[in-house]
Design a protein around this ligand. Sequence first.
Ligand SMILES: Nc1ncnc2c1ncn2[C@@H]1O[C@H](COP(=O)(O)OP(=O)(O)OP(=O)(O)O)[C@@H](O)[C@H]1O
Ligand SMILES: Nc1ncnc2c1ncn2[C@@H]1O[C@H](COP(=O)(O)OP(=O)(O)OP(=O)(O)O)[C@@H](O)[C@H]1O
Length: 567
Amino acid sequence: MIRFEQVSVTYADAPAPALQAVDLTVPEGELVLLVGPSGVGKSTLLGTVSGLVPHFTGGRLRGRVTVDGRDTRTHKPRELADVVGTVGQDPLAHFVTDTVEDELAYGMESLGLASDVMRRRVEETLDLLGLAELRDRPIATLSGGQQQRVAIGSVLTPHPKVLVLDEPTSALDPAAAEEVLAVLQRLVHDLGTTVLLAEHRLERVVHYADQVILIPGPGEAPVIGAPERIMARSPVHPPVVALGRLAGWDPLPLSVRDARRRAGALRAQLANTVPPLASEPAPVPVPPTARPGTPRTALGRLLHRRPQPTPATDVTAVTHLSVLRGRVEALRGIDLTVTPGETVALMGRNGAGKSTLLATLVGLVEPSSGSVSVGGRTPHRTRPRELIRQVGLVPQEPRDLLYADTVAAECAAADADAGAPPGSCRALVDELLPHVPDATHPRDLSEGQRLALALAIVLTGRPPLLLLDEPTRGLDYAAKARLVDVLRALAAEGHAIVLATHDVELAAELARRVVILADGEVVADGPTPQVVVSSPAFAPQVAKILAPQEWLTVSQVARAMAAEAPA
Ligand SMILES: Nc1ncnc2c1ncn2[C@@H]1O[C@H](COP(=O)(O)OP(=O)(O)OP(=O)(O)O)[C@@H](O)[C@H]1O
Ligand SMILES: Nc1ncnc2c1ncn2[C@@H]1O[C@H](COP(=O)(O)OP(=O)(O)OP(=O)(O)O)[C@@H](O)[C@H]1O
């Protein structure tokens, strides 16, 4: 259905091709998963199928890509629209109408479908993706995950033969991600649709794939094959595969169910070992601003070189907080206290109120009742200049924080805003991610680079309370591990960290405490193992495989096995 013949793509002014020597075929009626580390050209490959590369991105495409026999270079994306449905990494940028229902109908209208067909498909899709209650809502008022569902729904309604999806579950809660993948699988099985999708969170998708395409590194030729065969050698792989490799399981399991069947011996081996703490060292009961002594980490030293802001009181406290957004009661009666050095994961389904809670802590949203105190101040009544020394938010879309034309200008502005010496923000960017060029427009950075820049800008103010909204969207496993190191270092320096996330693996790795929101209320709040191990939605893969034992991550198991091994 999709054929790549000797395809290479070189963007304007790029020193090397973003994609090289791609020669493969995606058969009709299969779900094919595209994997590889960040920046190897996955989005570029998907773009050549929908025609966005090179028609919209510029650059030079060599070789030939055909979809259902049509050459994507000679057909404009518009002329491929009846065959290919595409969801990009940033759905918000591609919405064309204002409300949910209109957006679902738009693609069909452009293709001139009969109105009774359109009506039926809109209803079907609203149900399929759990959007019925939101049908009249302006898209701009939806939560991140709700918007992503609309974007997926809008490409399903025209029933294209081919679906091309770039990280379609990145903003979805775990249950919604499973539902969307089940829908895609149904289209593949029942309608013979061909699906090509790129995803970083392989734990969510690999067991649905008929085949996997791996691009192992920049400029390297892709390989395609059965998921088990590719996962056995892939540098990016989900925890279930990492555990399988560690335990020497052959064949390698791809699903929790297969792994549980093989895990008897490992469970017995670990039965008498108490899982070491997966997360950061014990909380430091002193706020970062008042902490004496020499910081232990490079990042800590970097942060400490800067002038100390006024000492803040230690805790963040939210009491009986309720928030109204439009007519939606987004938060109801929330009580929450966060102490210095604590890392808290805020989880819950799409629309549960996580982003709203973070927005309230930085004063972007006013409580309708109850109170919020951050460093002794009430956020929405505090001047921004003063507040950035108490609390910083890295938003779900880091782009929302970036205004300047270059990385250098962003950093200079951040230094000035925070009253930090020139060069402070830039040094932080380098620490987080080397080789981010000064002169690049933030728009042209990769997802991971943009996140590093946003994080550095926020950290320049050295806020004792750091908030991150879905910080692992678009990050590969290596970048995620770096982010974990950085956040652990910050927690060790006494920063309090609250992260809203759907990434159960990140929460298991990083957070000592998990708070679960449902429909605007706190429904669970406790130590990570206790909250997540028995939860089908929020348990990480290792917990599901080794339950009822309370192991959360592969690194915990690896440490325990190493400690047991004879010297
Ligand atoms: N429009 C563009 N102009 C110039 N360079 C680009 C453009 N889009 C992507 N690139 C560069 O091409 C390379 C491949 O990018 P691409 O987005 O395809 O990678 P990816 O594998 O999808 O990465 P990620 O997993 O981070 O999304 C990167 O080095 C990127 O900076
Ligand atoms: N401006 C607004 N007007 C009306 N409703 C809104 C507005 N902003 C948010 N909401 C609603 O408030 C609820 C909470 O949204 P919020 O963004 O806090 O959820 P979330 O838990 O962060 O979701 P996600 O996981 O999808 O990011 C959702 O039902 C959302 O649709």
